[in-house]
Ligand binder design. Structure first.
Ligand code: ZN
Length: 262
């Protein structure tokens, strides 16, 4: 069976600095997510963390990643900008990306969205009820019409994202707020999914429904086509190579073969 190669990227800060988080995720949230994915016969998941050289994403790692999963919270600013460039380039080239919970404020998600990605929030252990809003969507496969997490952080609208391609889940919280909690986009040749649950002081990534959504999202985001070699290329196509014969005319700003402005 062809394996979908997943890299689960975790900030891995609160797992080491906070006793509650360490108790829930002794090997880190990234490892918990990877272990759940590795239970699926068609997925091979490995991990990468902020503290590793190149944040665990050295040259070649993203080329060998079909889908990148990203969780970050308190250390977004520590992520090197050249690594963010590589992540965005990989997505534009065709890599899938799944951003979880507080990764709404991560550098690569904000770059890919181009909007503030802000929201309202409250850390009060409220019940979250997720409603499926797109029944036939592959990310919702084998899930009930609604399911609950007994304790979660609240994220509320307005959520400062560009309109999603599809909204797969909305969430309701005990305090009354609602939120678009599962959203898809295409960015270049890559598919992007944002999934809201996953505050680190709750056992969210041990939940079977949450694990199923993440595995479904990996399968949905995986693009088997070869990567686009240079997704930011903007070639100046010479007159002589036009598909139909044309004669150059009128005033010009650029000279033949010039690279153009960036
Ligand atoms: Zn949180």
């Amino acid at each position: 069976m062809v394996q979908i190669r997943v890299t689960v990227w975790g900030e891995n800060v609160h797992e080491r600095s906070n006793a509650t988080v360490r108790g829930l995720y002794p090997s880190g949230m990234h490892q918990c997510i990877a272990d759940a994915l590795n239970a699926a016969p068609d997925i091979t998941a490995t991990t990468a963390t902020l503290d590793q050289p190149d944040h665990g994403l050295p040259p070649g790692r993203l080329d060998a990643t079909d889908v990148l999963i990203w969780w970050g919270h308190c250390a977004h600013a520590q992520v090197r900008d050249d690594i963010v460039d590589q992540v965005c380039n990989a997505v534009w080239s065709g890599m899938g990306a799944v951003f979880l919970h507080s990764a709404h404020f991560s550098k690569p998600f904000k770059r890919l969205m181009g909007t503030p990605c802000n929201l309202t929030w409250r850390e009060a252990g409220e019940r979250e009820r997720l409603w499926l809003t797109s029944r036939s969507h592959p990310i919702a496969a084998d899930l009930p019409d609604h399911f609950e997490l007994e304790q979660e952080e609240m994220y509320g609208e307005p959520f400062g994202i560009p309109d999603p391609m599809e909204t797969v889940f909305v969430s309701w919280f005990q305090g009354g707020e609602v939120f678009r909690s599962g959203c898809t986009w295409k960015r270049g040749a890559g598919r992007v999914f944002y999934f809201r649950p996953g505050h680190e002081t709750y056992p969210t990534y041990h939940d079977a429904n949450i694990q199923r959504v993440i595995a479904n999202a990996v399968r949905w985001a995986c693009n088997p086509a070869p990567r686009i070699p240079d997704p930011s290329a903007a070639p100046n196509v010479p007159v002589e190579t036009a598909l139909e014969p044309i004669t150059e005319r009128g005033p010009k700003l650029h000279t033949a073969g010039e690279g153009g402005f960036r």
